[in-house]
Design a protein around this ligand. Sequence first.
Ligand SMILES: Cc1cc2nc3c(=O)[nH]c(=O)nc-3n(C[C@H](O)[C@H](O)[C@H](O)COP(=O)(O)OP(=O)(O)OC[C@H]3O[C@@H](n4cnc5c(N)ncnc54)[C@H](O)[C@@H]3O)c2cc1C
Length: 506
Amino acid sequence: MRKLVILGGGTAGTMVANKLRAASTQAELSITVVDQDDAHHYQPGYLFLPFGQLAPGQIVRSRHSFIPDGVDLVLCGVEKVDAGAKTVHLRNGRELTYDTLIIATGVQPRLEATPGGDGPEVGKSVHQFYDLPGAEALQEAMRTFQGGRLVVHITEMPIKCPVAPLEFVFLADSYFKDKKIRKKVDITYVTPLDGAFTKPVASRELGDALKSRNIALETDFAIAEIDNETREIISFDERRIPFDLLVTVPLNMGPDYIAASGLGDEMNFVPCDQGTMRSLADPDIFVLGDGGTLKTSKAGSVAHFAVDIFMENWPQYLAGQQLTHNFDGHANCFIESGGGKGMLLDFNYETQPYTGEFPLPGIGPMSLLKETRANHWAKVAFRWVYWNLLITGKPLPFTADMYLMGKKIEDTASGTSTPDLLKGLASTIIRTPARLFGSLPKAKPAPGRPTVARPTSVAAPKASGPKVNPKAAAAFEALPEYVAQQGIDSTADPATVLPDPIVPKF
Ligand SMILES: Cc1cc2nc3c(=O)[nH]c(=O)nc-3n(C[C@H](O)[C@H](O)[C@H](O)COP(=O)(O)OP(=O)(O)OC[C@H]3O[C@@H](n4cnc5c(N)ncnc54)[C@H](O)[C@@H]3O)c2cc1C
């Protein structure tokens, strides 16, 4: 039996645990997921908290609800990985050995890494919304802000969901309009990039969206310090931007155990192959989600597409063969633009975001880089999709590879051609009912593709995924406040381990 340990039970870790459990028996593969706490956060929800559009109870669930039967969930921080000895050291002194390790511990905001980021104004006029306590505190700051200079600032790229700070200014514009104090608020968007976004077409379209809302744009700003006394951010080239309320996106770094294990770069990102997400240092370590060095957005959608590619390569990996399926960097990002509208970006490593329609040319219903109500509703619905389909590993009607159909290409592009797309979709549709109801027959290998030798002597119980009640509408109801239950080391049913198990209400 192969031993797999997954570090991190967030978006990528939970998703891949579900997919691997469904694809292999417990006799073939033991799966252990390690996370430091029991609270799974729907991080896109952090954006809506400061504006009172969501409550914390709506974006936090017990991890136990999403880790499938037949997967061991260990709740404890990771101290170090000894890759040579294939051993994970936990903070409680426990050791876990593995044959294969998946690192899915993502990245976290480090406000204190910026000089002044631990000063007396933090929590008063200096805020961030990249974690739950930060987003909650900012809600009060936004509610009581009566006017003045609101500065929204990105410390350094890459950050999770690089469009989230733009969404924040769009929502702030709308929020202050609704409160009838927009004229009293000067909004400035400060970025280390040379435009509103990284790629030319998106930068142009999003720059126009800022201009039309009277939001000032300050580019190429490399921050040296947050001056708590004068309430200014100061750049290395000595530009000073005063604020009454600073909403900064802190440096996003991988966890410290990555550095302690000698597995990361200076940001604690794990260097990995751009196509296979395999660690460059160790062929038995993969990095899924935000924690690697993929040259695309750090986003849940990217984690989803990359996990799909990982699953395609898994049989080849087990057979000791070359991994032939390559991730193309596909990212799919909805941008909430305020006033009940949103935009959509779709791009990959080589193709920048273009305008057009998605998923169907001429029909949509979503539009690329254009503000529409359909894009907004897709973003709203994403929360239900996240809890019910995405992290539970259910099939979604999006292809891992980006396709060109519907895009108005202005420059060079690479992606799946329309005939290949239609072929892929047809095969997905045929397989979807079986995958949804958990009775997918083992896929026949494509000609030339390797098969995996499976032990037949042990009859292991069939793994079942978490049960999901399909009452979609209920996902949008307010839920009671979630209370974190840290440090419970569980190998069993939550009901027998947790004093008061949290049962998700969909
Ligand atoms: C404000 C905001 C808005 C966003 N909006 C969107 C959006 O609209 N669309 C989108 O696609 N994506 C969005 N994202 C990004 C998305 O949430 C992340 O890309 C995604 O969650 C990454 O998944 P992951 O598994 O790599 O990391 P995570 O989901 O962050 O999971 C990492 C896990 O590792 C655990 N961990 C960390 N260190 C340790 C340790 N030492 N020991 C044990 N466990 C540890 C953590 O507890 C966590 O559970 C947004 C993010 C933010 C912050």
